[in-house]
Design a protein around this ligand. Structure first.
Ligand code: ATP
Ligand code: MG
Length: 245
């Protein structure tokens, strides 16, 4: 059996196919939902692209936390960059108590550092098992770059991105995947495949301060803002504000 076929089987295993009517999911990130007609479509696969320290992890955690805490919707957070403990600690500083929601079975945090070296198939299985365990239809992968770098197998990157996308889509799993961007160059196939691309960048303002800006580069089926917005980091996490230079 080819590596691709094997991955396909592993990725499909254990998932139940429950399609729901087209509906919108509020992200709950202050300032964002009004820019995207009230929220994401269920089943949207969105890339959150950004430079180092631009707020990708904070944004993704808010999505998962709001879902579990305020909408009673369980969510899975796969952290491949920070280990789970430092993530819990960092998010607690914003008042997001992930541990409490994990204990209630509302959030499943998976820390794939422990699986390092065991290959992409194992990473995929862990994500699927976590989604099943808490019966979740919401997923964060932080980051896609690190997730794919777990691959010890040789595989066709384009095939793999299509497979991941198709599976998440079929299962109606609303997914946010962070991608670290180091330059202005286009990313690759994932930009074409994803339903949405949100981008956050740090920049130096005229006052010589580092600021962060946010833009929605695409979101299929949605009339969305096309302007830059200012990102403010508060004691409750980040929020999207009208542009102020
Ligand atoms: N408690 C806090 N209050 C205010 N701002 C904070 C707080 N904690 C972190 N920040 C800001 O958020 C930035 C990083 O956020 P985050 O970790 O979400 O970014 P990231 O894009 O995931 O970073 P990385 O590239 O390291 O993965 C920090 O560099 C800091 O400026
Ligand atoms: Mg991060």
């Amino acid at each position: 059996m080819s590596v691709e076929r094997g991955l396909e089987r592993r990725f499909n295993k254990g998932l139940t196919n429950v399609l729901t009517a087209d509906e919108r999911i509020k992200t709950g990130i202050p300032g964002l939902d009004p820019l995207i007609q009230g929220g994401l479509h269920t089943g949207d696969v969105v890339l959150l692209v950004g430079g180092i320290g631009s707020g990708k992890t904070t944004f993704s955690c808010q999505f998962v936390y709001n879902s579990a805490e305020y909408n009673d919707e369980p969510a899975v957070y796969a952290t491949f960059e920070e280990d789970a403990d430092s993530l819990r600690k960092n998010m607690l500083r914003y008042g997001m108590d992930l541990k409490k929601l994990e204990q209630k079975g509302k959030i499943k945090l998976i820390d794939l550092q422990v699986l390092e070296g065991s290959g992409l198939g194992a990473n995929i299985e862990s994500v699927i098992a976590a989604l099943d365990e808490v019966k979740s239809k919401r997923l964060v992968i932080d980051s896609l770059t690190a997730f794919l770098s777990g691959a010890t197998e040789k595989f066709d990157y384009t095939f793999l991105m299509h497979l991941i996308y198709k599976t998440l889509k079929r299962e109606n799993i609303t997914t946010l995947m962070t991608v670290s961007k180091f330059s202005d160059a286009a990313l690759g196939i994932e930009e074409f495949i994803a339903d949405g691309i949100f981008q956050m960048d740090n920049y130096i303002s005229n006052q010589m301060e580092m600021r962060t800006r946010f833009i929605i580069k695409k979101l299929r089926g949605t009339e969305h803002s096309r302007s830059y917005h200012t990102v403010a980091f508060t004691d409750k996490g980040l929020q999207i504000l009208p542009w102020s230079a």
